[in-house]
Design a protein around this ligand. Structure first.
Ligand code: ADP
Ligand code: MG
Length: 248
């Protein structure tokens, strides 16, 4: 079953057609990669999924619910979490605090009020945050100030902040950008482990090693359109893709 259906989405910026009749279906529980050269429209498309941008026309339906017109917060509440191209963390807070915050944000108002005042609610949130930090290999640094982390650890912290929300759909915009090979491989392993939880993932990625290690299906974008879609082996050998992206 498709968890996300994107139907003829268009988005222009002052005459520039950033998205041109984009169609996309993402099956529940899979890793769907979106690749394509710089400026192809990948981030714009992701921004339309999370409510940072509103498509000019077309529909985005997640688990049967239309996302067009919803606020980023409402979309997050519906079960969509996102790792940004540049990590968005609270630099002056500790790691554990960073991971506790999204849990509070996801819960209802009554829980939030209780959680700040009641020790047992705090403990529940803290325990979950600690568990996710450990999963990301960050348990030793739980009381460190987030700003002091390495680039790779900041990205893993951001991933922890997403996972703690138990999303149904996780969007990753270039999760290994700027990472060393060792850090990249570690991130691939972590993402594979998250895969075991059955969270659907959409990943935008330039590093073909990452794409072919993780993706079940690949959509290729160029100049605002999806020019090819299929399983990794088919995409690897598609002449249109080689021409548009892999450089012939
Ligand atoms: P990608 O992520 O594939 O590199 P983007 O989605 O960032 O591509 O950009 C697609 C096109 O839309 C580019 O030509 C880019 O310059 C343009 N674009 C993206 N965001 C904006 C914006 N907020 N205002 C104007 N143009 C934009
Ligand atoms: Mg981008």
């Amino acid at each position: 079953m498709a968890i996300l259906r994107v139907n003829t989405v268009n988005k222009s910026f002052r005459g520039l057609r950033a998205l041109d009749d984009v169609n996309l279906e993402v099956e529940e529980g899979t890793v769907h990669a979106i690749i394509g050269p710089n400026g192809a429209g990948k981030s714009t498309l992701l921004n339309c999924f999370v409510g940072r941008l509103t498509p000019d026309t077309g529909s985005v339906v997640f688990g049967g619910q239309s996302l067009v017109g919803l606020s980023p917060h409402e979309i997050n509440q519906a079960g969509v979490a996102r790792v940004f191209q540049t990590p968005e963390i609270f630099g002056d807070l500790s790691l554990i605090e960073n991971v506790m915050i999204p849990t509070f944000a996801r819960r209802d108002g009554a829980f939030r009020v209780n959680a700040w005042s009641r020790a047992d609610a705090q403990a529940e949130v803290r325990e979950k945050a600690e568990h996710v930090l450990a999963e990301m290999g960050l348990a030793d640094q739980r009381d460190a100030v987030a700003a002091t982390l390495s680039r790779g650890d900041k990205r893993r912290l951001e991933l922890a902040m997403c996972l703690v929300q138990d999303p149904r759909l996780l969007l990753l915009d270039e999760p290994t950008a700027g990472m060393s090979r060792a850090d990249t491989n570690r991130t691939i392993e972590l993402l594979q482990r998250i895969g075991e939880r059955g969270i659907t993932k959409i990943i935008i990625e330039h590093d073909m090693h990452v794409v072919f290690s993780l993706a079940d299906r690949i959509s290729v974008m160029a100049q605002g359109s999806v020019i090819a879609e299929g399983e990794p082996d088919a995409i690897k050998n598609d002449p249109r893709v080689r021409e548009a992206y892999l450089g012939g």
